[in-house]
Design a protein around this ligand. Structure first.
Ligand SMILES: NC(=O)c1ccc[n+]([C@@H]2O[C@H](COP(=O)([O-])OP(=O)(O)OC[C@H]3O[C@@H](n4cnc5c(N)ncnc54)[C@H](O)[C@@H]3O)[C@@H](O)[C@H]2O)c1
Length: 352
């Protein structure tokens, strides 16, 4: 993720990348190549202790985030954080409270909120074209990161990746979750579920279902995915799907129909960085940008749905041998879903 931020910040012209920090030698060598004018270091305190640095981007894994958020608050930096903002819900709430007391601004990369398609659909709902919002259906199934491949601090797939969908569902509903029921499966006999479907209600009566899993044809010769959103109102409907290159949106209201195809936009890091730079100049967080509180809420509900799934049978299907085949295939994959960090891998091989 650090590499994506570097690329977008370099393109935007609004950022001066003073430092890049990574504990991995291979990643530091790459950073020096990609950003020769930055100071590349293995010691994060070089950055926190420099009074010239206005903003820190916290993109390591979740176990370090809370410590780094505390350092950023103590040294008066603005914060761009990856999600989740810590590796336990208690620490996430502590991070929220620390950031909310700070004079600095902070945001989290809940990237769906910065997508053109979700903002367009939300505007269409607000125009009254689909009547009253009633049902939110979200599905995201890819081969993706397999169990045990890293991101262990981020939790099982429904937490690591699924919290984005929990967040965007809450964003559409515009209020808090009220009830939920979750079914999951422990694929390949892994200790945690790798597919989960949750459904339930919001305080305002809107109902939802979320399906997420990195289980979609891991060993298929030609891999694919299934990702969509259905927003159903009392009168009309919105539908979105994508192939990671193009997003397809159908807005079917009582007076208007729009069928739109536009570039997907990936993780929308360009938009996040632009809006955050503008926020700093304005002294106020742009309303589109999610807060640390939004991230803690999404994380907390993703954990609650996982906890609920453990009470609902939670069967195990498949065996460890199949998981080993998946790991083996993904180790050498250069095209596909949720690819592994080759630079860090290469160096841990050399260093260990
Ligand atoms: N918002 C999103 O859509 C999205 C997508 C992918 C990942 N993420 C999040 O971004 C974070 C990073 O994910 P990733 O896939 O880039 O992981 P990664 O493992 O590829 O990268 C993490 C980097 O942090 C470095 N690192 C580890 N400990 C360090 C330390 N003490 N000091 C400095 N550097 C250190 C590692 O060497 C590595 O280069 C995760 O928390 C993940 O949840 C978010």
């Amino acid at each position: 993720m650090g590499g994506f931020y570097l690329e977008e910040m370099q393109k935007s012209g609004k950022w001066d990348i003073a430092y890049i920090c990574d504990s991995n030698e291979g990643v530091r060598a790459l950073a020096k190549e990609l950003s020769p004018t930055s100071i590349v270091t293995g010691n994060e305190d070089d950055i926190f202790n420099d009074p010239e640095v206005k903003v820190v981007g916290l993109f390591t894994l979740a176990d370090l985030r809370k410590i780094q958020i505390d350092k950023a608050v103590r040294t008066g930096k603005h914060i761009i954080a990856e999600k989740p903002i810590a590796d336990s819900i208690e620490k996430e709430w502590d991070a929220v409270h620390a950031a909310e007391k700070s004079k600095g601004l902070s945001t989290v990369n809940l990237y769906l909120r910065n997508s053109w398609y979700h903002n367009l659909i939300k505007k269409f709902i607000a125009s009254g074209e689909i009547g009253d919002l009633a049902i939110i259906r979200i599905c995201h199934l890819t081969p993706g990161l397999a169990p045990g491949e890293g991101h262990e601090y981020e939790g099982p797939s429904f937490h690591d990746c699924g919290m984005h969908y929990v967040d965007i569902t809450r964003w559409y509903a515009g209020c808090e979750f009220k009830t939920w029921n979750a079914q999951a499966v422990r694929m390949w006999d892994y200790k945690d579920p790798w597919w989960l479907q949750a459904h339930g209600t919001f305080e305002n009566g809107v109902v939802f279902d979320i399906t997420q899993g990195h289980v979609y044809g891991q060993l298929a010769k030609d891999q694919s995915h299934n990702s969509y959103v259905d927003i159903i109102g009392t009168k009309g409907v919105c539908h979105m799907t994508h192939d990671f290159k193009t997003a397809y949106v159908e807005l079917r209201g009582v007076n208007e129909t729009h069928i739109i195809e536009e570039p997907f936009g990936g993780k929308n890091i360009d938009i996040l960085c632009d809006l955050f730079a503008d926020s700093i100049n304005a002294g106020k967080l742009h309303p589109q940008l999610p807060t640390l509180r939004d991230s803690a809420i999404a994380s907390e509900y993703a954990w609650l749905f996982l906890e609920n799934s453990r009470k609902n049978d939670l069967p195990a299907i498949g065996d460890h041998e199949t998981l080993e085949q998946i790991w083996e295939r993904r180790r050498t994959m250069s095209e596909g879903y949720g690819l592994l960090n080759k630079h860090a891998q290469a160096c841990s091989g050399i260093c260990s």
